[in-house]
Each structure stands twice: as C-alpha cells, then as structure tokens.
Design a protein around this ligand. Structure first.
Ligand code: NAI
Ligand code: MG
Length: 353
C-alpha cells in the first residue's frame, strides 16, 4: 500500500512527520505502508513554480491515498491567484472528484474543558458531518452580476444538484452510519428551496436500501441551533456543500481545539485525501509546538476509508485517547497541572501508546 504524503508549508512538515512515524510503526502489526513525500502549496511553488507540480500529481495518482499537511503563508499572499498555495488543494479535490468531505467532531472526555460549551453538553460527543463537496450553489451555472429588466444591477448564483450527486452522498452517509450508531440526519431547507426539497426526496428514496439505518430530516436553521443546544443527539449529519461548509465549522468549535480535528475527502472509489482541518499556522511554524494529533487522526481515517484497515485505524485512535488520558498536552490544549509537550514529544507518546 502506498501513501503520497504532501507536507506543504508552515507546520505541515512537522505534523506530517509525526503521522508518518505512527504509520511506520504499524509495520510491527504486519501492515506495510510505503510512503513518499512531494511538495505542494508554497513548497510546490518554491521548487517547481506551481502549487501542484506535475510530479506531485503523478505521485498521488499512483498512491492508494493522500496524507496532506497544510498549505499557505504570508510569503505567498501576493502571488497571482493561480500560483497561490490553496490552488494545490483545490486542484487535487477537483482532479480526483473528491465529492465527500467527512469531518468527525469528537470530544474526548479529557478535553471537554477546552470546549466553549458546558462539559455536560459536549463530553463524549462523537458526531460526523458529511458534506457534499463538489456541487451546490458553489459550482452551479449561471452565476455573475448582470443588469436586470428594471435596469438595476444584480448578483446571482445557481443552486443545483443532480439526482446522482445526491444519491452518492446519501448512500455514503447510510453506509458510514452502519459502522456507527446507525442514525442519519439529512439537513436541508426544503420548506423554501426547490433544490433541497429534491435533495430530501432523493435521500428518502436512497434510504429504501438502508432500512436498518434511521433517517431523519432537519431544516438547516434548526440544525444550527440544535448543534449548540444538544449536539449529542446527532450521529451522522449529511448535507449539501453550502450548509455543510457552515455547519462543519460550527461543529468544529464544539470540540475546543482546531489542533485535534481530522478530515477526509473521498471520491466514488474511496480514494481520498486526508488532512487536519487547520491551516499552516505560520505563527508557530518551526517551533516544535504544533499539535500533531489532528494529522495523526487523519492518518487513522486514511487507514479506515482508503486502505480498509479498520483495526489499524482503531489502534491509532486508541493510542491518541490513551495519551490524552495520560495527561499529555500540547500548548493548544494545555491545562493547569498538566505538563506541556512539543510536537515531537507528542508523536513519541502516541508511538509508545
Ligand atoms: P490556521 O489554522 O493556520 O491557524 C489558526 C490558529 O490556530 C493559529 O493561532 C495557529 O497557531 C493555531 N493552530 C492551527 N493549527 C494548530 C495546531 N496543529 N496546533 C496548535 N495550534 C494550531 O489558520 P490561519 O492562521 O487563518 O491561516 C494560516 C495559513 O494557513 C494561511 O495561509 C491560510 O490560507 C492557510 N490555511 C490552509 C488550510 C489548508 O491547508 N487546508 C486551511 C486553512 C488555512
Ligand atoms: Mg469553511
């Protein structure tokens, strides 16, 4: 099994290094993962004049999955749009048709204090937001600014979803829920938007093949409220690109630290790109203080979703739980009375666990 590792910029190289050490250690379980690194983002621009160098894309095409660090930094902010680091990320998503974005929001009991909400509301939270990533109003045509029939200028976008696009994300939601608590909540605005009434109808139809999974529907405004009021009512939330963008950022804050949250972006053949949700954190780059756990947990998702190695994924997640229980804390999740460790030392702790 081969993994393309794209460390990127800022803290990217430091955090992906720890995840690579963890993956290497799994060789002891008889799991052999071959890893090759390649530049992306600013590093791609520096080495090849392109945020997604041809050689990097070729490496990804030959791999079974991509582990991505983070891209960007002040040094690249003045480049023309096509050369900007984030283009590396966007082009990879498009090239591999990564339509499904999985963002688990897990609150480890030991870290409930880090949430902005009360302990009892979030402790033990384990929810997954499944966001459709390649359709919706973000990509619908036509769009633009025009002069309307009254001679006034107006901006417009087009919200659209094909039946096939809805069906494939719905199926993935049900399949994913089968491995969890078997509950899917589909979020839409069917009372107002035709596209999302269609979404609701197709999701309901797709559910026929998954009768062992519970399906409920919720309007997006209510979902935004319920996520803060009682997030533990949810198991899997499936929703479109725009609602998912907003709700997944909201859900990430339930857990308290951006340094803890992994993500996966998958295509129809379960090929995927796995990355922490945070950015390149230029303010702490090169200081050995970044939290590597989001990246290590992203590697666990890679094992699960693209390599079919559920036992290994659970082993890595179990090790992360153990180091948190043991009291290891990087600066972003620091707590009085618990000692603070650096990036590498956190990697050491996970390896030992
Ligand atoms: P950021 O996520 O890089 O940082 C936000 C804050 O969280 C900073 O204070 C940072 O020190 C902290 N932080 C982030 N990750 C951390 C970790 N693992 N451990 C401890 N603390 C952590 O977002 P920001 O500052 O808005 O963006 C910085 C750069 O990253 C920009 O160039 C931006 O475009 C890029 N970016 C890249 C993303 C990606 O590659 N997927 C996503 C978001 C931003
Ligand atoms: Mg967002």
């Amino acid at each position: 099994m081969k993994i393309a590792v794209l460390p990127g910029d800022g803290i990217g190289p430091e955090i992906t290094e720890q995840a690579m050490r963890v993956l290497t250690a799994l060789a002891g379980d008889g799991l052999s993962v071959e890893m090759e690194t390649a530049p992306v983002g600013g590093a791609g621009y520096d080495s090849a004049g392109d945020p997604l160098p041809e050689a990097t894309l070729r490496l990804c095409e030959q791999a079974d999955g991509i582990l991505f660090g983070a891209v960007g930094g002040p040094k690249y902010d003045t480049l023309p749009r096509a050369k900007r680091p984030e283009q590396g990320l966007l082009r990879l998503r498009k090239h591999f048709d990564l339509f499904a974005n999985l963002r688990p929001a897990i609150v480890y009991p030991e870290l409930a204090h880090a949430s902005t909400l009360k302990d009892e509301v979030v402790a033990g939270l384990d929810l997954l937001i499944l966001r459709e990533l390649t359709g919706d109003i973000y990509f619908g045509q036509p769009r633009g600014v025009r002069t309307n029939e009254n001679g006034e200028r107006e901006g417009f976008d087009t919200m659209r979803y094909t039946e096939g696009e809805i069906r494939r994300i719905a199926r993935l939601a049900f399949e994913t829920a089968r491995k969890r608590q078997r509950r899917v909540c589909s979020v839409d605005k069917a009372n107002v938007l035709e596209t999302t009434q269609f979404w609701r109808d197709v999701v309901t139809d797709a559910h026929q093949e998954f009768r062992d999974v519970e399906l409920t529907h919720m309007y997006v405004d209510n979902a935004a409220m319920q996520l803060v009021r009682n997030p533990k009512q949810f198991d899997v939330i499936v929703t479109g690109n725009m609602f998912g963008d907003i709700l997944s950022d909201e859900a990430s804050m339930l857990t308290g630290s951006i340094g803890m949250l992994p993500s996966a972006s998958l295509n129809a053949r379960n090929f995927g790109m796995y990355e922490p949700i945070h950015g390149s954190a230029p303010d702490i780059a090169g200081k050995d203080v970044a939290n590597p756990l989001a990246t290590i947990l992203s590697a666990a998702m890679l094992l699960r979703h693209s390599l079919g190695q559920e036992a290994a994924a659970q082993r890595v997640e179990g090790a992360v739980r153990k180091v948190l229980a043991q009291g290891f804390r990087t600066a972003d999740i620091a707590e009085p009375g618990k000692r603070t460790v650096g990036t590498r030392e956190m990697g050491d702790a996970v390896l030992a666990a």
